[in-house]
Design a binder for this molecule. Structure first.
Ligand code: PBG
Length: 324
């Protein structure tokens, strides 16, 4: 059997491959920080910065020109509090909507970890030993509502509490926001690859005396059943898109969920995974562009419909210039 005929020239290689990932299916994460002056570059996330409420307009403008129009926004408040005043962020959202309208699609991450002093994704019990599920869901739903009212197209809860999708959906529907989508961080694993993100948001729970990690709410990497059940449950509660996160080491999960979910599946190539490729490329051990493309191809092969990547703003350029 001659298999090498499929590899004989670029023409047959292009014809026999799966389709390349679509540029229109990429989402660019963007950080925006209250009281920041200018743009702050992140040492641990090469090439990525945190925007101020002013610079975010230029960033999105440039990204639109580069060919990415879907964004996942992460608000970083200046001061930590379990009940932060997010007016500064809703004002940014309103202004972004006024400026860009339907040119952009804005998803907003909803979670407490960047807000709380303890860095956990929810409200802590008085003795600091537990993250309270119900109380957290109530707060997440209120935050989601505020973001949706300010113009977010999509609410993206990343906290991993039970029932938050139902709580957010109910809150949005009660307020006439049936058309606002929910992107659920459904199969979110407990992972070391979130490190650079936590540095960016100062959201690491590591300094807590009792609860030092997120093991009581993020999924264990070996618990496939838990991931599949979460994706099915979130889809059932009203998530419009289900996410698997991290991405590159969870291709089996992406594949299984994409076959059963009957919803678009998003794969989030997280900060540490991104940084790993950037550092490899920075050390001269791989081509940066080729490394990200190969990873994206793997996500595509596994069945991801949507790719969330810190390099999304390069996707159009890289894919257009890709040679089989
Ligand atoms: C938690 C949250 C995390 C990320 C986004 N929202 C993970 C965590 O800190 O546990 C990670 C994103 C990344 O690493 O790129 N609300």
């Amino acid at each position: 059997m001659n298999q090498r005929r499929y590899r004989a020239n670029p023409g047959i290689r292009a014809l026999s491959a799966l389709p390349l990932p679509e540029v229109s299916r990429f989402i660019q994460p963007v950080f925006v920080e209250e009281h920041l002056v200018g743009r702050r570059l992140l040492e641990n996330l090469p090439g990525i910065g945190v925007d101020s409420v002013q610079t975010i307009f230029t960033t999105l403008e440039q990204d639109l020109q580069a060919g990415v129009s879907h964004f996942l926004l992460f608000p970083i408040p200046a001061a930590k509090s379990e009940t932060p005043d997010l007016t500064w962020f809703t004002e940014v959202l309103r202004a972004l909507k006024t400026r860009f309208g339907e040119q952009t699609w804005l998803a907003c991450d909803v979670c407490l970890c960047a807000f709380t002093l303890h860095g956990h994704c929810g409200i802590l019990s008085a003795d600091g030993t537990r993250v309270l599920n119900r109380e957290t869901c109530t707060l997440l739903a209120e935050t989601g509502l505020a973001f949706a009212q300010a113009g977010a197209d999509c609410i993206a809860p990343s906290d991993m509490m039970d029932g938050r999708i139902a709580a957010i959906r109910k809150k949005l529907d009660e307020n006439g926001l049936e058309h606002i989508a929910i992107l659920s961080y459904a199969a979110k694993f407990q992972s070391v690859f979130y490190g650079p993100f936590r540095d960016a948001c100062s959201s690491s729970p590591g300094a807590n005396p009792v609860l030092k990690d997120r093991k009581t709410y993020q999924i264990h990497p070996l618990n496939l059943n838990d991931a599949l059940a979460c994706a099915a449950r979130d889809a059932h509660e009203g998530a419009d898109i289900v996410m698997v996160k991290p991405a590159g080491m969870y291709l089996d999960v992406i594949q299984q969920i994409s076959r059963s979910a009957q919803k678009p599946v998003a794969a989030y190539h997280v900060s540490g995974e991104y940084a790993a490729l950037e550092l490899l490329a920075g050390a001269g051990l791989a081509s940066r562009e080729a490394a990200h493309l190969e990873l994206w191809f793997a996500l595509q092969r596994a069945g991801a419909n949507i790719i969330i990547s810190y390099a999304a703003r390069h996707a159009k350029h890289w894919l257009e210039h890709y040679r089989f």
